[in-house]
Design a protein around this ligand. Structure first.
Ligand code: IPM
Ligand code: MG
Length: 355
């Protein structure tokens, strides 16, 4: 089990260190895990003047799975777009063909009061967002800046999906739904966008192979509203790169905190990059405040999807449940009056709960 560890920037290094303690513990228990660590994002720029240094990509390519922290920070905000930390993340997703991004929004019963919505609206929440990750307006060309005929500056991007790209993520979404409650909601903007009209046609065609899964379609604005109105209507959501980016941040708050949401980004062979969905949080970096649970839960997903060791994934997830049941809370998930735990203490508690 070769794992590339890419801590990145800001709280990335702290939360990955806590997941590293879990890795270390599993290794001592006998799992044949090898790790290699490399810089990405701003750290990549500092080390090699590239947000995705060639050496880092090589390490990621020869690994079976990648654990990533987060990228970005104020120090890098003035760099040209191609050198910014976020480009490192986009480049590694593209280079490794990680087209299928799984973002589960699961509310642990202990965190019901951390959610911004009423308990009856969110308790028992269990949604899986399947976000296409290597296409759409994130990668479409042409893009750029120009000056128009009247001398005004313009910025432009291209939203673009090919039929095979849509078919591939649609199939993936149906397969995921098949292993859950067999309900798939495809989210698009087919009332306005040509890209989305094609998206809807292709998803509808793929549905013929999945008669056992109930397919629905929803416009993205309505989906954003339904997620806070009645989120439990959803089982699996499949959507494009940009809509998935936005809806998954929204869904994270239903689950109490963005600090709880892991993700898996998979290629066609289940090689994967695993990362929390949150960012590098420079405002709390280096203060032992960040919640390491999303990263630790990302590691659990790695064992579930890439290493097909559901037993190990279950064990990690059970340890997370136990520390929550024991009342451990980082600041982001603490309700008024609850004591607050630091990043390192939370990591140690998870490791202790693994036994
Ligand atoms: C995410 C992030 C990234 C994205 C950024 C950091 C490039 O928001 O993983 O959701 O937009 O995909
Ligand atoms: Mg995002």
């Amino acid at each position: 089990m070769k794992i590339a560890i890419l801590p990145g920037d800001g709280i990335g290094t702290e939360i990955v260190a806590e997941a590293g303690k879990v890795v270390e513990r599993l290794r001592r228990d006998g799992l044949p895990i090898e790790t290699e660590t490399a810089p990405i994002g701003g750290a990549g720029y500092d080390a090699a003047r590239q947000p995705l240094p060639e050496a880092t990509l090589a390490i990621a390519q020869r690994a079976d799975a990648i654990l990533l922290g987060a990228v970005g920070g104020p120090k890098y905000e003035t760099l040209p777009r191609q050198l910014r930390p976020e480009q490192g993340l986009l480049a590694i997703r593209k280079a490794l063909g990680l087209f299928a991004n799984l973002r589960p929004a699961l509310l642990y019963p202990e965190l019901v009061s951390s959610s911004s919505l009423k308990p009856e609206v969110v308790s028992g929440l269990d949604i899986m967002i399947v976000r296409e990750l290597t296409g759409d307006i994130y990668f479409g060309a042409p893009r750029g800046r120009r000056v128009n005929a009247t001398g005004d500056a313009e910025g432009f991007d291209t939203m673009l999906y090919s039929e095979p790209e849509i078919r591939r993520i649609a199939r993936f979404g149906f397969e995921v739904a098949r292993k859950r409650k067999r309900r798939l909601c495809s989210v698009d903007k087919a009332n306005v966008l040509d890209t989305s009209i094609l998206w809807r046609e292709v998803v509808t065609a793929v549905a013929k192979d999945y008669a056992d899964v109930e397919l629905s379609h929803m416009y993205v604005d309505n989906a954003a509203m339904q997620l806070v109105r009645n989120p439990k209507q959803f089982d699996v959501i499949v959507t494009g790169n940009m809509f998935g980016d936005i809806l998954s941040d929204e869904a994270s708050m239903l689950a109490g905190s963005i600090g709880m949401l892991p993700s898996a980004s998979l290629d066609a062979n289940n090689k994967g990059l695993y990362e929390p969905i949150h960012g590098s949080a420079p405002d709390i970096a280096g203060q032992n405040k960040a919640n390491p649970l999303a990263t630790i839960l990302s590691l659990a997903m790695m064992f579930r999807y890439t290493f097909t060791r559901a037993d190990v994934a279950d064990r990690i997830e059970a340890a997370v449940r136990k520390v929550l049941a024991d009342g451990m809370r980082t600041a982001d998930i603490a309700s008024a009056g609850e004591g607050v735990t630091g990043t390192r203490q939370m990591g140690d508690a998870v490791v202790a709960a693994l036994s």
